[in-house]
Design a protein around this ligand. Structure first.
Ligand SMILES: Cc1ncc(COP(=O)(O)O)c(C=O)c1O
Length: 414
């Protein structure tokens, strides 16, 4: 970045500081990951100079013969990964992708069944301040109070009672397998569209570790970052019968020109995900999550639903150790461990200072961490939380975290 260093040292220095933070810390935010150098190179390329409203072969601007090749490669590689009938790779991010799906399938005011936000659903699944909550009538479904697993019989009861036009299955903070087939059976009983948002687990599905909703569902959206380890962005997969409506909803419904540099980087990431090494990676992500979850349990932390089937877990730090989610996030940040506070199901506390924290293993696994390293991470977490505000203890743990992290290279950072 010699040119940037000379022309804009302020931004250059900010990037260098963030590089240092990413290298020296332990990244456990479940939605984050480290992309490869080739993905970074495609994102930073001159493809950003082009405008290409429309789709390959049908553009509203000239000079798109080469861009068409990049977008088509992204689509074809994504089809190989997920086996979908139709894919639109243009959505700029997860929320606009979801907006396009709602627009394609529904009218404002229509009823949607979605996973309760305070139990793991995403903002775009019906938060009152989000377009989804403002434009549509959202009916939530919940986990079972005892098992903390989504109660499919309850989903069916609510669907039969409410008769929604669409059933949305997907999450930002849920650690158990989804019963896609049962969701589809319920939707068929009430004549509802099926929409899966696999933003968090797309990489685990692409790597063959979790079951895919693609064979069952009408429409499936995903971000291309997170476990899929591509650039920030999204895509929508659907059955052929919804292809036209989805494409129209993305452009001109929600967006203008696609980000061609990002779409090329999506193609690069999909190419990486098609390699056998990605299967190994995604399997290790889950092994690490299970190892971290049981190491924390051994130290007396309650894991919501008793464990994890995917890359993430919710830890009831308040119920287990009388530390709030906000205090835990702050204390762990002090020692260089990034996590986020999170509501747990039926949380007695408020969203800004909830009972839980959410931890995920996609980023540390990309750096090469294995099960035995999860024991060490659990030890750092426990010792830091027990030290609470003792600055000298936190300082000592912070140094150990840095030494530990520097053993593991970060793909995009020297
Ligand atoms: C399930 C789910 N859907 C959609 C999104 C939104 O993605 P973005 O932040 O790219 O808009 C997220 C982001 O965390 C998510 O977890």
């Amino acid at each position: 970045m010699n040119n940037l260093k000379k022309s804009d040292p302020k931004i250059y220095n900010i990037i260098k500081l963030e590089e240092k933070r990413q290298k020296e810390g332990i990244e456990l935010i479940a939605s984050e990951n480290y992309v490869s150098k080739p993905v970074l190179e495609a994102m930073g390329s001159i493809l950003t100079n082009k405008y290409s409203e429309g789709y390959p072969g049908k553009r509203y601007y000239g000079g798109n013969q080469i861009i068409d090749q990049a977008e088509s490669l992204a689509v074809n590689r994504a089809k190989k990964l997920f086996g979908a009938e139709h894919i639109n790779v243009q959505p700029l991010s997860g929320s606009p992708a979801n907006l396009a799906v709602y627009m394609a399938l529904l009218n404002p005011g229509d009823k949607v069944l979605g996973f309760s936000l305070d139990q793991g659903g995403h903002l775009s699944h019906g938060h009152p301040l989000n377009f989804s909550g403002k434009l549509y009538k959202i009916i939530p479904y919940f986990v079972n109070r005892k098992t903390e697993v989504i109660d499919m019989d309850e989903v069916e009861r609510i669907a039969l009672r409410e008769g929604p036009k669409m059933i949305l299955a997907g999450f930002s903070a849920y650690s158990r397998d989804m019963d896609w087939k049962r969701f589809k059976e319920i939707a068929d009983k009430v004549g509802a569209f099926t929409f899966a948002d696999i933003a968090h687990i797309a990489g685990l599905i692409a790597g063959g570790q979790l079951e895919s909703p693609v064979p069952y569902f009408d429409v499936v959206s995903t971000t291309t970052h997170k476990t899929l380890r591509g650039p920030r962005g999204a895509m929508i997969m659907c059955k052929e019968e919804f292809a036209k409506a989805i494409d129209r909803a993305v452009f001109p419904g929600v967006q203008g020109g696609p980000h061609d540099h990002i779409n090329a980087a999506k193609a690069v990431a999909f190419g990486e995900a098609l390699k056998p090494s990605f299967k190994k990676y995604s399997s290790q992500v889950i092994k690490n999550a299970k190892a971290l979850s049981s190491a924390l349990q051994k130290r007396g932390y309650r894991i919501i639903s008793g464990g994890t089937d995917n890359h993430l877990m919710l830890v009831d730090v308040y119920g287990s150790k009388n530390i709030t989610g906000k205090e835990a996030e702050h204390t762990l940040e002090e020692v260089g461990i990034s996590i986020n506070k999170n509501m747990i199901p039926f949380d007695p506390r408020k969203p800004l200072d909830p009972s839980g924290i959410r931890l995920g293993t996609p980023a540390v696994t990309t750096r090469g961490a294995k099960e035995k390293d999860m024991e060490k991470i659990a030890k750092f977490i426990d010792e830091a939380l027990m030290a609470k505000n003792n600055a000298s203890v936190l300082n000592k743990i912070g140094k150990q975290v840095k030494t530990f992290s520097l053993q593991f290279p970060v793909p995009g950072i020297k």
